[in-house]
Write a new protein. Structure first.
Length: 70
């Protein structure tokens, strides 16, 4: 068996060369991240819309109760 330089770099274990990353990808800003951010923004907008509708429904439900008490 061939000796390797260290335990983390065994000789003959494959792996090949690393893909050349663009500067943006090295900064974790690649096209995949842009899609993730867009998806997150869409989910947030949907959640905000649902919360506003729920808040409007709660306000509408409270208003008639207040009028009935007076």
């Amino acid at each position: 068996m061939t000796d390797s330089k260290n335990i983390n770099n065994p000789v003959g274990q494959g792996g090949g060369q690393r893909k050349k990353l663009s500067r943006a990808e090295r900064q974790n800003n690649g096209p995949h991240r842009n899609l993730d951010r867009q998806g997150a923004a869409d989910r947030k907008a949907e959640l905000v819309r649902k919360m506003r509708e729920k808040a409007r429904g709660a306000e509408a439900a409270e208003t008639p109760d207040d009028d009935a008490k007076n």
